[in-house]
Write a protein that binds this ligand. Structure first.
Ligand SMILES: [Ca+2]
Ligand SMILES: [Ca+2]
Length: 221
């Protein structure tokens, strides 16, 4: 049993400064998970709050997208400048063909125009060891917002036939480890760079993170 299953509420906001008051450490020897299943870091920014009562489950598992024109409410709002780092028990992201993992926020196309999304962008970094990080270059000023998270509507979850792990149909924001020169990654860190939003729902709203190309954990440690 994991710590968060014992006392999830006690872990959120209990330090009074937005820091995670405990650790939901990842278990490389655990059962293989293709969606985020552990938390290495949570630092909520001003205006966070939405989803906190359902944390961490609200960001675990597959996305619950609402389709092109509707954003998911199964999300954790990070607040302005907030940061979350997730990991995956029993597996790592591996650099295979094309994108290797997907980040799901809750953007939607305003007026059905996919080039004009309502968005709160996040910057994404990855790490193999939790100490050394590389960050995807995020084009945050103009569409397409390549390299950022939080701008492609989430289709997975809106229709049961959609595969959350297929980048051609799931929606969400794709990331390729080749773009940052890594062959594998154990952790994904998302930092709100929108610095925007209403109190309670400010900043990047994380629904889920899914591995497309997965490999067993390295045993070299
Ligand atoms: Ca790749
Ligand atoms: Ca979710």
């Amino acid at each position: 049993m994991k710590l968060w299953q014992l006392a999830p509420l006690a872990l959120v906001g209990c330090t009074g400064n937005g820091e995670l008051g405990g650790t939901l450490a990842c278990d490389p020897d655990g059962e293989e998970e293709r969606t985020a299943s552990c938390i290495e870091e949570l630092s909520l920014g001003p205006g966070a709050g939405f989803g906190a009562l359902d944390f961490p489950n609200v960001i675990f598992g597959e996305p619950r997208g609402g389709g092109v024109s509707k954003g998911s409410t199964d999300v954790l709002s990070l607040g302005r400048g907030g940061v979350v780092t997730v990991g995956f028990d029993g597996g790592v992201i591996s650099n295979g063909p094309g994108p290797d993992f997907l980040v799901f926020e809750n953007p939607f196309a305003i007026g059905g125009d996919i080039t004009h999304p309502f968005k709160e962008l996040g910057e994404v970094s990855v790490s193999e060891d939790g100490e050394n990080w590389v960050t995807f270059v995020c084009t945050q000023d103009t569409y397409p917002f390549t390299g950022c998270a939080g701008w492609n509507p989430v289709l997975a979850g809106s229709d049961p036939t959609i595969d959350s792990f297929n980048p051609d149909e799931a929606g969400g924001d794709p990331f390729d480890l080749a773009d940052v020169g890594l062959e594998s990654a154990r952790f994904v860190r998302i930092r709100d760079i929108s610095n925007a939003g209403d109190a309670g729902t400010a900043g990047f709203d994380l629904d889920a993170v899914a591995i497309i190309n997965i490999a067993p954990p390295s045993r070299t440690e």
